[in-house]
Design a protein around this ligand. Structure first.
Ligand code: ZN
Length: 292
């Protein structure tokens, strides 16, 4: 089975480096990513653009929009990206930042736009995002939003609660929205968003931040799996979920196995591949070219 990992990181961010060394025990480099992708038949991955201006500053007010994957100067083959938005920078640099964003969005390897709700203290309905939604509409790109707990104690949860996305989703019915991490732990609130709004999907990344043995142990725990299956079983809309890992926060092989346990086998082709192709039209076009 071909796989698309719809959520990884490839950024020179101290917190990611530390997690890779101390928690997930993976090689956080181009070489490490390429090896894991090919071992798991992952044909493409989407890196969520993020930068910090000094080690440990993430979420960094000073980072310029668009934030792009900057772990190494060359991107690994098969990697695409969502351009990251820092709303504080959008406010500070205004038109200049919007012009730089527009430039990056015209590149075929940019397949979406990432909002770091909760990491930055702005509701996704804030008018600071108006030019971002306008560009998403112009380029036909999805809006990917961090949902749920933040991987930084400086985050503010009221901005990353899935229900706080509802109004923006309704106001921009022409756009597709991806809620990351199923909004964990507000997974049923995310299920409600998906049920009501046809333009919403959720990714299954970052549900476990751990090394391979810990992920395997969790995947065998009935209670934990029941909890995570609940939002998936609600209306059983398996066309609305995307496989993603949040690499380097989890090793790819164990995470693939974990999500395979979570999703009924009949829907593996949708969740691991076909849904991502539909949600990210540029990725579909790029893969069609490679396979042509
Ligand atoms: Zn992430």
């Amino acid at each position: 089975m071909k796989i698309i990992d719809a959520h990884v990181h490839f950024s020179d961010v101290d917190r990611f480096r530390k997690t890779a060394t101390e928690i997930s025990k993976i090689d956080y480099s181009s070489e490490g990513l390429l090896r894991s992708l090919s071992d798991n038949r992952i044909v493409a991955c989407i890196a969520m653009g993020l930068t910090e201006t000094a080690p440990g500053r993430f979420p960094d007010d000073l980072a310029h929009t668009p934030m792009m994957p900057d772990l190494e100067t060359e991107w690994p083959k098969g990697m695409f990206c969502c351009a990251g938005i820092n709303p504080a920078d959008l406010q500070a640099r205004g038109r200049q930042a919007v012009a730089e964003l527009r430039h990056v969005l015209s590149h075929p390897k940019t397949v979406g736009i990432k909002l770091y709700a909760g990491y930055y203290p702005f509701y996704v309905t804030d008018t600071v995002y108006d030019p971002v939604y306008a560009l998403a509409s112009e380029f036909g790109l999805p809006i990917v939003i961090h949902g749920g707990i933040t991987y930084s104690e400086r985050g503010l949860l009221k901005y990353s609660h899935p229900l706080s996305f509802d109004e923006a989703i309704v106001l921009h019915e022409d756009l597709t929205f991806v809620v990351c991490h199923l909004g964990e732990p507000w997974v049923m609130d995310t299920a409600a968003l998906i049920s009501k709004n046809p333009n919403v999907v959720a990714d299954l990344s970052g549900l476990l931040v751990a090394d391979a043995p810990t992920i395997r142990k969790k995947a065998a725990q009935t209670g934990e799996m029941l909890r995570l299956r609940q939002p998936l079983l609600f209306e059983e809309q398996y066309d609305r979920f995307l496989f993603g890992t949040d690499w380097p926060l989890a090793p790819l092989d164990a995470y693939v196995e974990f999500v395979k346990t979570l999703i009924p086998e009949t829907y593996h082709g949708d969740v691991f591949y076909r849904n991502a192709i539909r949600v990210f039209p540029r990725l579909r076009d790029a893969l069609a070219l490679i396979n042509a």
